[in-house]
Write a protein that binds this ligand. Sequence first.
Ligand SMILES: Nc1ncnc2c1ncn2[C@@H]1O[C@H](COP(=O)(O)OP(=O)(O)OP(=O)(O)O)[C@@H](O)[C@H]1O
Ligand SMILES: [Mg+2]
Length: 237
Amino acid sequence: MRKEVLLDVIALNAGYGGKPVLQGVDFQVREGEIVAVIGRNGVGKSTLMKTLIGLLPTDRGSINLRGASIDLVSAHNRARKGIGYVPQGRDVFPRMTVLENLLVGESIAGKSTPGKVDEIYRYFPILKERADQRAGTMSGGQQQQLAIGRVLMGDPSMILLDEPSEGIQPNIVQDIARIMVELNRETGVTVVFVEQNVDMIRAMAQRCYVMDKGRIVAELDREMLQDRDTIRRYLSV
Ligand SMILES: Nc1ncnc2c1ncn2[C@@H]1O[C@H](COP(=O)(O)OP(=O)(O)OP(=O)(O)O)[C@@H](O)[C@H]1O
Ligand SMILES: [Mg+2]
């Protein structure tokens, strides 16, 4: 059975106070997919993520979640509708402990799910080990896992991840990719991630969109993703 379309982005235009960045972005993500958005520096990948979560307004076009437009829904309410967002650079609260960061995630989502912290600890055991440590003293890879864990506290149906591999050691990149694939398989959560790291793209993505100059210019299927050189070529379009 073909899964339902979860996210449908049509001719999306957005930018910063009159400076257009997204210039007609079209793509679709189905329920339960893991989809990558790749492309060179500055092509608009983070702008796309910020527009999807509602930190930037839609100038033209539309973003539809399960068939209904969310263009006029605030970022806060998009989170409540089940969209989780981990920004580029992750943004954990450095002076709070790991556990406190997780509990903030729960309050942002506006719901409390018993047993959630333990579920997150099962996927990210390092967070359990470091529960009482201040987040700012952890490595980049540990902070990335915390940022993902914090978003999972809200039990999202879709997670947007902006360059999760940035500044992280290669072996931890592989760990995070593996955990995300497990999470997807076991919970059905949909994942849309921005990435330029070939290893992370190959380890996580089922499908991939290539962005250039504010538009989607190509789509790579699972077979094309097998070939490192194909990915490298599209990363340098
Ligand atoms: N806050 C901002 N105000 C004005 N222009 C911005 C702002 N943030 C980004 N831009 C511009 O928008 C364009 C797209 O930036 P964006 O951050 O979306 O690219 P990106 O693909 O995520 O790049 P990277 O791979 O370096 O993260 C760039 O020209 C950038 O300079
Ligand atoms: Mg970016």
